[in-house]
Design a protein around this ligand. Structure first.
Ligand code: ADP
Length: 578
């Protein structure tokens, strides 16, 4: 150092004394000590919890450079030795820049811990060289002002590092905004916003107060600037507690107790009498004991929460696995059914040819066997079709082909189809249609036919005597199809379950009638895809059953499907035409 320092002990001592009397020194203590301790504690605490994280390292750098700055500033205010004052003052410019650089590093790597490239680091560090190089020279501090017990700054040096700080400040703002825009989820956005506000508040108050105090030569501003750190720590605390930022599982209670201890601890600086000391010590002890219990209870709570979280994670995992198994099962059924369908169709085809006499005359005995084979084969085909439908429904792969349809035509077709069947069983099968023809409806005729076919088939299957009525009605805004039989009826408790997969009533299973309990399940799904409803009614066992299907004339679900289909068809037709 090339200062010609004289001993100014006396002048400075009287200056400090006057400061004490004016209460300025109290303000120095109050603004510097707790902020310094809090910044260091926060920085080290977060760093030690996760030393490998780049963000924790950046935060430690920030808290360390800030604490050093505060420490040297504190020395300047309280020391009476011009050498201590001058050497402390000379490093402030460098520390000021270090604070900004660490803040920049922090916002750049937060929250993803991705380091910045080396060349950027070098580019940022380059302008700091003159600040370090000229710190101990008269280019930084010109001399010592004995009257005010302070250094005389060289405005060139001060302006240089303030300008650099300002540039860094705007880079920081730019990074925060860019990161906010690029953030992919709302939690990341919130974290960046909170850190951005905290850092900006801190830097603004720190820089502005430093600049104003240098500019006006009025250093009281500086004290207030330090409180920006407290604001930053509040945001930091919130980030850690609420978002588990910096990967620290800090408990809110721990932070609270620490802050309380800090606040009470500071009072020791003001204690003037023994009573003050005893009171302070007592309150500190009280907070310590209460804090211990508080932290312990919160720790237990947190542990319980973590265990619960683990359990629910495991459950979610198991659920996921179950879903996978279910999909695998559906796929298996689908593949197996597809493989079964082809040979069954071949069998049906050959049986028809033999029965028609294409392979020569058929004796009555063989004809009887072939008839039975034909029926059994049909049942098997239906079962495979049902299984395929179930697997399609569960995989959400059912496709509907909506087209203008007359329900009366479907009913007539089915009555014809089942006429022989009913006659064989000595049952009547009567159809009744509305007097006024129903409007044409947008439905998938094959699916609706399948639903009606299954219900009519059931009605004939579960009716030993009497018969079946197939009624089509106009229900106002909907068509109603009723299939009424005089059969075995349904117990009240069975009514709701019939539409579930694989469910058959006990009575039915006793009757030794074939069936897997899938038809109604599949039918319900088909009807609901048309925006309709299907349900069963019965007075009880032995009193016959009624199955009712309701289909709205105009249905939004169906409309959507239709317009999709129409628009999908349109371009192809255009192509054909052109
Ligand atoms: P299934 O192939 O067993 O007929 P469905 O899903 O079509 O399967 O029907 C489920 C169950 O509903 C039947 O097993 C039977 O118990 C009952 N059921 C269906 N229709 C009637 C009816 N008309 N009378 C009495 N019970 C019926």
């Amino acid at each position: 150092m090339d200062y010609n320092l004289i001993s100014t002990l006396e002048t400075c001592a009287s200056y400090i004394q006057s400061g004490k009397e004016a209460g300025i020194i109290d303000l120095v203590l109050y603004s510097h000590i707790p902020t310094l301790i809090a910044a260091l504690l926060a920085g080290f605490y977060i760093f030690l919890k996760n030393p490998k994280s780049t963000a924790s390292q950046a935060l430690l750098m920030l808290s360390f450079s800030f604490s050093l700055w505060t420490f040297f500033d504190f020395l300047i205010w309280t020391s009476t030795d011009s050498r201590i004052i001058m050497s402390s003052w000379s490093v402030l410019g460098f520390l000021n820049t270090a604070i900004l650089l660490s803040a920049l590093y922090l916002v750049a790597v937060f929250p993803k811990n991705k380091d910045i490239p080396l060349k950027f680091k070098a580019l940022l560090l380059l302008p700091i060289v003159p600040i370090i190089a000229f710190a101990p020279t008269s280019l930084n501090l010109i001399g010592f002002d004995v009257m005010n017990c302070e250094a005389t700054e060289n405005s060139l040096y001060v302006n240089y590092y303030y300008l650099f700080s300002l540039v860094l400040f705007f880079i920081i703002l730019g990074i925060v905004i860019a990161k906010y825009k690029r953030a992919t989820n709302s939690s990341e956005k919130k974290q960046i916003t909170l850190l951005g506000i905290g850092v900006t508040l801190f830097l603004l108050s720190f820089l502005l107060s430093g600049f104003l105090s240098s500019y006006f030569d009025f250093y009281l501003f500086e004290f207030y600037g330090l409180f920006g750190m407290t604001a930053f720590l509040v945001f930091l605390g919130y980030l850690v507690v609420r978002f588990k930022a910096f990967e620290v599982k800090l408990l809110g209670a721990q932070a609270l107790v620490l802050a309380l201890l800090l606040l009470i601890g500071v009072q020791f600086f003001y204690a003037k009498t023994t009573t003050d000391f005893i009171l302070d010590a007592f309150t500190t002890l009280l907070v310590l004991v209460a804090g211990y219990f508080l932290i312990r209870s919160v720790a237990m709570e947190v542990k319980r929460k973590e265990e619960l979280q683990k359990l629910s994670d495991n459950l979610a995992h198991a659920n996921e696995r179950l879903k996978e198994l279910d999909t695998a099962k559906s796929e298996f059924i689908s593949i197996a059914s597809h493989q079964l369908r082809t040979p069954l169709t071949a069998i049906k085809g050959y049986l028809s040819l033999i029965l028609e006499g294409s392979y020569g005359p058929v004796t009555p005995a063989i004809q009887d066997v072939l008839d039975k084979l034909y029926i059994v084969n049909n049942r098997l085909t239906q079962l495979v079709e049902d299984l395929l439908n179930v697997s399609r429904i569960e995989a959400g792969r059912i496709q509907y082909n909506f087209q203008p349809t007359h329900l009366e035509a479907l009913a007539a077709e089915l009555t014809d189809m089942f006429a022989l069947n009913a006659k064989d069983k000595n049952l009547y099968l009567k159809m009744s249609l509305p007097k006024k023809t129903l409007p044409e409806m947008m439905v998938d005729p094959n699916k609706i036919k399948e639903v009606m076919q299954n219900i009519i088939d059931n009605a004939l299957k579960y009716t030993p005597e009497g018969g079946v009525d197939l009624i089509v009605e106009n229900g106002g805004d909907r068509a109603r199809i009723i299939i009424k039989d005089t059969g075995i009826g349904i117990k009240p408790e069975d009514k709701e379950h019939l539409f579930q997969k694989f469910l058959r009533s006990k009575e039915t299973t006793k009757m030794v009638v074939s069936g897997a309990g899938l038809g109604l399940y599949v039918g319900k799904s088909f009807v609901e895809a048309h925006g309709g409803k299907v349900w069963a009614e019965s007075e009880g066992p032995g009193k016959g059953s009624r199955f009712i299907i309701e289909l709205p004339f105009v249905n939004p679900k169906v409309k959507q499907g239709v317009s999709d289909q129409v628009s999908a068809l349109a371009p192809q037709e255009d192509k054909k035409n052109s």
